[in-house]
Write a protein that binds this ligand. Structure first.
Ligand code: NOJ
Length: 517
């Protein structure tokens, strides 16, 4: 690392929890903080030593909590602020770190700042959001709303209709109502967000996942001004909290890690990008197929062509974060079967950077494509169903009435659940545990270790790469593959088979091997 990073990130593996759906402790059918606290030992047992909680702040929940009404108050349905402080404490006792979800680009339309901002009489909050100066004048290139407030103007949206954009200024000024990022109102917005971070960091939170981190300054080609805002916010927070860390929802590591000084940037699922070619399989829908899909003739080149330049440009300056999935995408199991998924996890567990596991992906929970939308989830709702703990009532998620559950439990829960997979040594759950144990046991496999391609070829599924003294080989195809001549070493971990034939190492069908070499 050229930059000083929080030490704990080097061996961090995150677990994302959608609080609504993890563990209900009071029988109301909605997951809560005491429920999550009771599951900390389980999360630790997987090998995840850090947690990202989706927003659990006071909200009208028109976008599942990404519409914040009070940044400093836990939503009553999840418990109290004290419950959350206790969660931090219990996680820390287990040597784990906790991220909250910061939504800096917009608030709920019910946030008191916005209600003040919409008033006709000028006040402290009038320009904390982006307004034009006449009710008929729109906002070029951006969605906006008119006719809802007494103020003479229209306001900009950042995402849904319920999410007015906070004002961090414009990089390019074309109209009198636009402000520069350094003007007093955008500076006050910036200060308010810094204050929110300070509040939670001061209560024991270890950092933030930052929602739409690239969305702050408008008309910001290349995101230079947005980067400067983050350098200012993160720079000052790091002085007070040197071990605090931040991951951006940006998916542009050059802009996020170099320009904005984030510690980590998510490699998001965008059509045709490197991540997408690894774990998605949209071929039937006229798109691409996954590298891990057996016998589909995939090669790793499409991934490397996108990933390598990003990695090389930013290595030493921050981490690219691979995700098994998240609350916005179909679960990985929608495209890959269990064996294919296990191989994908093997890659994620052995790449540089800091990996993230989405709750339920460790047991292969399904994406339920037919579920009606809930709290603004739309097609995302199918990835947000209750965690399947056991074959018992409501899959062990809740003691409440089935009709009160936040979302229905997937019908496969009697087969797919934590208890069943704990009891089966060949389960995906055990593979996840083994892979994370391998990573924790070998410094060279962790965030900072080097990464080099040893073998990749167009139309050849075999991929061999090196992390320091460890050689890794993947073969997602149904045919066995001979490793390049001269390859040798002591096996550390294998999925499938690794044999020696005529002096050469041969990787069996749908296999992965890690060798000290
Ligand atoms: C990205 C979040 O991941 C998503 O769930 C949310 O709807 C939007 N940002 C808006 O905040």
């Amino acid at each position: 690392m050229n930059r000083t990073m929080p030490e704990w990130l080097k061996d961090a593996v995150f677990y994302e929890i959608y609080p609504q759906s993890y563990q209900d402790s009071n029988g109301d059918g909605i997951g809560d903080i005491p429920g999550m606290t009771s599951r900390l030992p389980y999360i630790k047992s997987l090998g995840c030593n850090a947690i990202w909680l989706n927003p659990l702040f006071d909200s009208p929940f028109k976008d599942a909590g990404y519409d914040v009404r009070d940044y400093k108050k836990v939503a009553p349905r999840y418990g109290t602020n004290e419950d959350l402080y206790h969660f931090f404490d219990e996680a820390h006792k287990l040597g784990m770190h906790v991220f909250l979800d910061l939504v800096p680009g917009h608030t709920s339309e019910e946030h008191p700042w916005f209600l003040e901002s919409g008033k006709a009489a000028r006040n402290e909050y009038s320009d904390r959001y982006i307004w034009t100066d006449f009710w008929l004048y729109g906002i070029p290139n951006h969605p906006y709303i008119g006719g809802e407030c007494e103020r003479n103007g229209v306001y900009m949206l950042n995402f849904f209709k319920c999410q007015p954009a906070l004002n961090y200024g414009f990089a390019k000024i074309d109209y009198p109502w636009q402000q520069r990022p350094e003007d007093p109102d955008p500076m006050a917005t910036r200060e308010a967000m810094r204050d929110v971070c300070r509040f939670w960091l001061g209560h024991g939170c270890d950092g933030f996942r930052v929602d739409m981190a690239d969305s702050l300054v408008k008309e910001d080609e290349g995101k230079k001004k947005t980067g400067e805002v983050w350098q200012d916010i993160l720079g000052s927070l790091r002085k007070e909290f040197p071990q605090a860390a931040f991951v951006s929802e940006w998916s542009n590591p050059a802009q996020s890690l170099l320009g904005a000084s984030f510690d980590m940037d998510f490699y998001l699922d965008h059509p045709g990008n490197g991540y997408n070619t690894l774990v998605r399989d949209y071929e039937t829908k006229g798109g691409d197929h996954s590298y891990f899909a057996k016998d589909r003739g995939g090669d790793i080149e499409r991934f490397l062509a996108d990933y390598l330049p990003k990695y090389e440009k930013t290595a030493g300056e921050g981490y690219i974060s691979f995700l098994t999935g998240n609350h916005d995408t179909p679960r990985i199991s929608y495209h890959l079967d269990r064996r294919e998924t296990a191989l994908a996890y093997a890659l994620f567990a052995t790449l540089p950077g800091v990996p993230f596991l989405y709750y339920g992906d460790e047991i292969g929970m399904r994406y339920q494509s037919e579920l009606p939308t809930k709290e603004g989830g739309y097609t995302r709702t199918g990835s947000r169903t209750p965690m399947q703990w056991s074959a018992g009532k409501n899959a062990g998620f809740s003691d409440g009435d089935e009709k009160d559950l936040y979302l229905p439990v997937d019908a496969d829960y009697e087969k797919v659940n934590v208890a069943a997979e704990e009891a089966d040594p060949g389960s995906l759950l055990h593979t996840v545990r083994d892979l994370l144990a391998l990573r924790h046991g070998e410094k060279e496999l962790q965030a900072d270790g080097s990464f080099a391609v040893v073998y990749e070829k167009k139309e050849d599924p075999l991929f061999v790469y090196r992390r320091g003294g460890i050689l890794l080989a993947l073969n997602p195809s149904g045919e066995e593959k001979t490793l390049p001549a001269g390859t040798d070493g002591t096996p550390l971990y294998t999925i499938g088979t690794l044999t020696k034939q005529d002096g050469n190492l041969v990787l069996g069908p749908q296999s992965f091997a890690a060798l000290r070499s």
